[in-house]
Design a protein. Structure first.
Length: 272
């Protein structure tokens, strides 16, 4: 696979991150880290993760493609839910860990991992019932990726994505104020943000609208986007103020639809 300069930077960044996080573990610790109890894991997830799994519903017997699979956590969950999974990531180290994770969870026969890029996939057209992407779209060229995702989906197939969004120009300007970036950096290994990633904007959302038969999104993280200012990174989800802000977000976003464009993350669902 020939990588563009941007993709090489991304691959290097995540190779280093996955190596630092996983490869110093002994076998016992690695097994503990990679083993997944699906119901428990989903229960531990925050609202946007819970919603994306609720959205895909019953996938027993489905053919699923996990885009940007990282260390294989989503891939294993999808396989344990009954799907036959293909998965890829741009990071070779991530794929090595994902293969170990599949074996530890006894689903290695239900997942095929490989190093790859969404902008140029090697899968046949009309191959997948579901395309699944967590934190993937904001790392890629959507103008190139969207037609590729459309191509590999079966007619009537669904693709779901969970990514940071910026559908409000006001929020975008505030996010890039020097004072805000001082407290909440928008780049760097310490916050797991690469130099090339970006929030999904209105123009990119419009590309999805033009590419797919139907497109919709649900917003998350209105005031809870302040969590890193409140308690740093990684965020303590049990912090009293953070818990209150999450509760407030749920109430506001579920009851006042005009606020959805101000959310910081979105779960985007498309149909072919």
């Amino acid at each position: 696979m020939v990588l563009m300069r941007r993709q090489k930077r991304e691959a290097k960044f995540f190779d280093e991150e996955y190596s630092e996080h996983f490869l110093h573990f002994n076998e016992k610790k690695l097994r503990e880290e990679l083993l997944i109890n699906v119901n428990q894991k989903i229960e531990e997830y925050d609202d946007k993760y819970k919603y994306i799994y609720e959205l895909i519903g019953d996938i027993q017997g489905s053919k699923v493609l996990d885009l940007g699979c990282g260390s294989g956590q989503s891939s294993v969950i999808l396989a344990k839910k009954g799907a036959q999974v293909n998965a890829f990531d741009i990071s070779k180290t991530a794929i090595e860990i994902a293969i170990k994770r599949a074996k530890i969870n006894s689903v290695q026969d239900k997942i095929k991992f490989e190093v790859g890029s969404v902008e140029k996939m090697r899968y046949d057209s009309n191959s997948f019932d579901l395309v699944f992407g967590v934190g993937l779209l904001h790392h890629v060229n959507i103008e190139i990726a969207a037609p590729e995702i459309y191509r590999v989906l079966k007619d009537g197939g669904q693709a779901v994505f969970m990514d940071p969004i910026v559908f409000s120009n006001i929020i975008d300007k505030i996010r890039h104020l020097a004072l805000v970036t001082y407290f909440v950096p928008d780049e760097g290994a310490e916050v797991l943000i690469t130099e090339d990633e970006h929030q999904i904007n209105n123009d990119e959302y419009d590309i999805l609208v033009k590419t797919f038969k139907s497109v919709k999104y649900k917003s998350f993280r209105l005031f809870s986007r302040l969590d890193r200012i409140i308690c740093g990174y990684p965020v303590d989800e049990n912090n009293t103020i953070v818990r209150f802000l999450n509760f407030l977000d749920r109430f506001l976003l579920n009851n006042f639809t005009f606020l959805k464009k101000f959310g910081g993350w979105g779960v985007i669902s498309v149909r072919k």
